[in-house]
Write a protein that binds this ligand. Structure first.
Ligand SMILES: [Fe+2]
Length: 282
């Protein structure tokens, strides 16, 4: 039986990927952020999961604004790196896990989540930056990945409650898979940031801290936050945080927060990395 052993909440700021790719992580600006990633890398290398499910949003890289799935799952054997305007990031292509991905697609759709299925799809910084943050710069990624995309680009995105329920359905599906796999799930994006308009540059440490606390201790209450509150408190792009509810919904009610890192600024955002373990399952 497969099982989800841990969840990772991780910002996917594109500039973090650029700093890794250009080797500027030791500059005064970036050092404090990257120093906080080291314990997470050590933890993940020790955990050595068999597969990762990465919940992220495509930024009009694979999916133009002509077609916008609310929820999508990638079932390919390999996902190429998207060209986001400056050429693809110099990182390995992402290996998929078609057996588990197809099982998830079938289970989720029969569980009444109407997933779009991607047989081919390039993956952008939303997925590759969290991989780089937690795995460094390996020649090949240490585990296969199942991409799960959530629309947070075009209104209306799904609610936090719906995302949490998707996470619960993912956990049920994983537990019905007949291979003995240890699975880690990432929720990416956030935290507070606004990239446009009069409030560009908005950061809200109080909101972010309360969100991190709630994610560990009272995630169901946290799912009730409406879109308007994300917009007001965490900025227009802060609504990416709904994707963290998918990760949290896939974990048990009781989790152990094993690591938290929060840093401002990372480009125009508040960046965070938090690790939650399902108690007794690693
Ligand atoms: Fe994003």
């Amino acid at each position: 039986m497969a099982r989800i052993v841990a969840g990772i909440a991780c910002s996917h700021v594109p500039a973090i990927g650029v700093a890794i790719d250009k080797g500027t992580t030791e500059t005064d600006y970036w050092r404090p952020l990257f120093a906080g990633y080291e314990p997470a890398r050590e933890w993940l290398a020790k955990l050595a999961p068999d597969v990762a499910i990465i919940v992220y949003n495509d930024h009009a890289s694979a999916l133009s604004l002509e077609i916008i799935p609310t929820f999508l799952i990638g079932v390919a054997a390999e996902f190429p790196i998207a060209d986001e305007g400056f050429g693809p990031r110099p990182v390995p292509a992402v290996r998929g896990h078609p057996d588990l991905a197809w099982h998830l697609a079938e289970s989720l759709i029969l569980d009444e989540f109407d997933m779009t299925i991607a047989n081919e799809m390039p993956v952008d910084h939303g997925l590759t930056v969290p991989l780089s943050v937690t795995c460094g710069r390996p020649a090949i990624w240490p585990f296969p990945v199942i991409p799960v995309c959530v629309n947070v680009v075009q209104y209306p995105p799904p609610t936090g409650v719906r995302c949490f329920k998707l996470g619960q359905a993912i956990a049920r599906a994983v537990e019905r898979f007949d291979q003995d796999l240890r699975v880690v799930i990432y929720g990416t994006g956030g935290m507070s940031h606004q990239l446009q308009g009069e409030r560009a540059g908005l950061i809200n440490r109080r909101f972010d801290t309360a969100f991190l606390d709630g994610l560990t201790r009272d995630p169901v209450a946290l799912t009730k936050i409406p879109h308007t509150e994300y917009m007001r408190e965490a900025g227009s792009e802060g609504v990416e945080l709904v994707m963290w509810h998918v990760m949290r919904g896939a974990l048990r009610t009781q989790v152990t927060e094993v690591y938290r890192h929060y840093h401002v600024p990372a480009s125009n955002t508040a960046a965070a990395l938090m690790i939650l373990e399902n108690e007794g399952s690693s």
